[in-house]
Ligand binder design. Structure first.
Ligand SMILES: *Cc1c(COP(=O)(O)O)cnc(C)c1O
Length: 219
């Protein structure tokens, strides 16, 4: 299927109110432009350098989301324009984003990335750490960031029950924090598991290969 067909097919599978973040990592600017021309405005990249190469040559009203691990020393490069940083996985990183946002006279939206997968290869905050950070945020410690929600990645497995359990864990935390202060976004689900994620309460999904095709890392 073409990129257009893929995109329409994904859009047709998303209930109203579920945001699509089109994950364009490793794909060239013309492919992104193609999806943009179909009406997509929100794109996700996982590497700062790649984002810095692509963003200047693409439409300026694209809302870029950073979805990959972010080193604190790279925050300054994206702080002027990034829409949302989905991958906040430490207090240090949140503090640095807050600082750089302040320097740019703006507020940067962030999601707390929570570790829900059984495998320990993935970045993310423990649930207790996420709660603590959210508490500090509510107390006004990070005035130049807005925590708009949570992001999580499930274990890479065919075991649907396992994945579902992990998604529901994050939904539980989302509901808990949302009682304390309204947050909007629950970002979970990728090409292979987004329908299940939505069933479990996701209202934002990050879909890459099901739109753009397989990623070729050899290039
Ligand atoms: C690459 C990536 C995705 C998209 O993965 P696909 O399987 O291609 O849909 C989603 N979230 C994160 C954090 C990613 O790194």
């Amino acid at each position: 299927m073409s990129i257009q067909e893929n995109y329409q097919s994904i859009k047709n599978q998303l209930p109203e109110g579920v945001q699509l973040v089109a994950v364009s990592k490793t794909h060239p600017a013309p492919a992104i432009q193609e999806v943009y021309d179909l009406g997509q405005k929100v794109f996700g990249e996982n590497k700062v350098q790649e984002l810095m190469e692509k963003s200047p040559i693409l439409p300026q009203d694209i809302q870029w989301h950073l979805i990959g691990h972010l080193q604190t020393n790279k925050v300054k490069y994206i702080a002027p324009f990034i829409d949302t940083i989905q991958s906040v996985d430490s207090e240090k990183l949140l503090a640095d984003i807050n600082k750089e946002a302040g320097k740019n006279n703006r507020t940067i939206k962030v999601l707390l990335q929570v570790k829900i997968a059984a495998e320990d290869t993935k970045f993310g905050l423990e649930i207790s750490e996420a709660k603590n950070l959210f508490q500090e945020y509510r107390e006004g410690k990070f005035p130049n960031v807005e925590i708009t929600g949570l992001m999580g990645m499930a274990t890479f497995t065919d075991d649907e029950e396992q994945v579902k359990k992990e998604f529901l864990t994050l939904k539980g935390l989302f509901d808990e924090l949302n009682q304390l202060k309204t947050i909007k976004t629950l970002s979970m689900g990728m090409s292979d598991d987004f329908p299940l994620a939505i069933e479990c309460g996701a209202n934002s999904v990050r879909v890459g290969s099901a739109i753009f095709g397989r990623r070729d890392y050899s290039k």
